[in-house]
Design a protein around this ligand. Structure first.
Ligand code: C2E
Ligand code: MG
Ligand code: MG
Length: 570
């Protein structure tokens, strides 16, 4: 603030903490609160002349405090501390000409201002404390039942507008009473605090974790993507809570039971959702504790099935049940097989050959895709090296990369590691990235791909035409080939379908990229693509994806001119 006071030039409130903002004192004077940093505070105390807080600016000694208050040489600075509750919260400072020091009135005004500020600050703090007490749990600091209801209510109002669902998790610590009784309440309180922190660490910042009281917590998943996302959070919470709690040299073990209810299906009001999540929690308890249950019975079957499949997939990697099939890519101008796309399969012990569409989404959800992705790259590169060392000189092998892999900060490192461990130069691998994956975070993705491309790694945009690429981005993105989605080839006989395919080929060529057509099944499609100078093609017309051994046979037959291959495996 810049208020004239008595013969003082300036008066300001310099506060040791809190955000700088205007502060209206009782006399209607608006005072600027300025942050009094620790350096300035220290210099203030160093300059203090005995008990008095009056000092003159020395041109040679511009201390941080002088700078803060704007004191110039020869000015007299007068300081009065503001003490709302036994400790200094800041100071009121005023500048005077040395020739006209403050008189008794000026001092009185400053003291009065300091007192008013102290009262205002104390009120502020009291109010904040009341709000805290009314809305937050005193032990854990989490929102209490009231605030939780409020937040849930807000989410229930917001979700339908955004076409989203809301999931409510009701968490009850199993046998907490036993811990409390046997170890005492202090240990019980500590345990609740650690449990609260672990639950908090399992959710995203936009979710709400609350303590309803006792050993009961709730989580509102604001952006519940789907029910399996809610199950995933429940699993994470259970896993974290099952870790031993260590304090005072003793390990405590705890499990929890979680009930899940999802709006709108399981209720659209706070009450109903809470009641149903509570019921689901009791079901989890009766199922043997340490587990979660959905309110909707059918969801439990889906969740169990998914969980089963996920643990089987985890083992599939160790048990060598994953397999790569290869589909040839034919160079249309020469008719030669020049490359292959690796497509993953899961040889499941009881389900048989599982196609990627049935387990890749699960692998993405659980994060297993990172490990699977590494395995795919290593396996495909080793296979290519073997073929190239023999009589199958493919120019590269294409592998599919899921968005989840691309999102990982280590993505480029993982690719480079695979290349290094197989002693393969970058140009032998082509990463197929879907259009939607590329567009998710264009700048970051482009950077990662640029790094790989500087090592000659090839990049292809898969399923082109099914996402919503901005053509502007397409110009700037680092890629080598564009794979036209097979849905376009289906419509190639109609003038509109043909026009779109033409346009895509022309655009890719204008940008200097290769065009690969996917899903070529009919001779008419092949003729069309050839006539329109599409570069490469793959599809059942040439060959289905087959295991490596069959691919080699297919390749040899193809180039022998017999073409008796056209393998039939799926
Ligand atoms: P995609 O990369 O677009 O692969 C092409 C899919 O079309 C393959 O299905 C292939 O078998 C099939 N296909 C090839 N030619 C024809 C044809 O002429 N007609 C028809 N109707 N289909 C044809 P697949 O093997 O079931 O793979 C499905 C998707 O799963 C792939 O689509 C890819 O996105 C994903 N995928 C496959 N392997 C992997 C992998 O190792 N990692 C990741 N992240 N995703 C993979
Ligand atoms: Mg692909
Ligand atoms: Mg594709």
């Amino acid at each position: 603030m810049e208020t004239n006071v008595a013969n003082g030039r300036k008066i300001g409130f310099f506060q040791t903490n809190g955000k700088p903002r205007h502060y209206a004192d009782g006399a209607g004077i608006v005072i600027d609160r300025t942050k009094l940093g620790s350096e300035a505070l220290q210099s203030l105390f160093e300059q203090r002349d005995g008990r008095s807080f009056q000092f003159t600016s020395d041109p040679d000694k511009q201390t941080p405090f002088h700078q803060l208050v704007g004191a110039q040489a020869g000015m007299l600075t007068t300081v009065v501390p503001v003490i709302p509750a036994m400790s200094v919260a800041g100071v009121v400072a005023a500048l005077f000409d040395q020739s006209a020091p403050p008189d008794a009135d000026a001092f009185a005004f400053m003291r009065d201002t300091a007192d008013r500020l102290a009262v205002a600050l104390a009120n502020d703090e009291r109010q904040r404390m009341l709000i805290r007490q009314a809305h937050f749990d005193g032990l854990t600091g989490l929102p209490n039942r009231e605030l939780f209801r409020d937040r849930l209510n807000q989410e229930l109002l917001r979700a339908p507008r955004e076409n989203k669902s809301v999931a409510l998790l009701y968490i009850d610590l199993d046998r907490f009473k036993h811990v409390n009784d046997s170890t005492g309440h202090t240990a019980g309180d500590k345990l609740l605090c650690v449990a609260a922190a672990r639950i908090l660490a399992s959710v995203e910042a936009s979710d709400t974790v609350a303590r309803l009281g006792g050993d009961e917590f709730t989580v509102v998943l604001a952006s519940a993507r789907d029910t399996s996302a809610a199950a995933r959070v429940a699993e994470t919470i259970l896993a974290r809570l099952s870790q031993p709690f260590r304090f005072d040299g003793i390990e405590h073990f705890l499990t929890a039971s979680i009930g899940i209810a999802c709006a709108p299906g399981d209720g659209q009001s706070t009450e109903q959702l809470l009641k149903n999540a509570d019921m689901a929690m009791y079901r989890a308890k009766s199922n043997g504790r340490g587990t979660y249950a959905f309110f909707e019975e059918s969801m439990n079957k889906v969740a169990t099935r998914r969980l089963q499949l996920e643990s089987q997939l985890r083992r599939a990697i160790e048990n060598d049940e994953l397999q790569l099939y290869y589909q040839p890519q034919v160079h249309l101008a020469t008719g030669r097989i020049v490359a292959a796309e690796a497509l993953i399969r899961w040889q499941h012990p009881t389900l048989g050959l599982v196609p990627p569409g049935h387990f890749i989404p699960l692998a993405e959800d659980s994060g297993l895709i990172l490990q699977i992705g590494d395995w795919v790259m290593h396996t495909a590169l080793r296979q290519l090296a073997e073929w190239r060392a023999g009589d199958i000189p493919l120019s590269h092998v294409a592998v599919n990369v899921s968005t989840r892999q691309l999102r990982s900060a280590e993505f480029a490192d993982r690719v480079l590691r695979a290349l290094e461990s197989c002693e393969t130069p970058g140009q032998f691998i082509e990463l197929e990235i879907t259009e939607s994956g590329l567009m998710e975070n264009v700048e970051m993705t482009a950077q990662r791909l640029m790094r790989l491309r500087s090592r000659c790694v090839r990049i292809a945009i898969d399923d082109f035409g099914t996402g919503y690429s901005s053509l502007n981005y397409l110009r700037d993105l680092p890629f080598d080939a564009l794979k036209i989605d097979r849905s376009f080839l289906k419509n190639i006989h109609s003038p509109e379908g043909a026009a779109i395919t033409d346009a895509v080929i022309a655009m890719a060529h204008a940008l200097g990229k290769q065009v690969v057509a996917e899903g070529v099944e009919l001779p008419a499609q092949l003729n069309y693509l050839r006539a329109h100078r599409c570069d490469l093609a793959q599809g059942y017309h040439f060959a289905r994806p087959v295991p490596a051994g069959e691919f080699a046979t297919c390749y040899r037959n193809w180039h022998d001119g017999t073409r008796a291959n056209v393998a039939t495996s799926a």
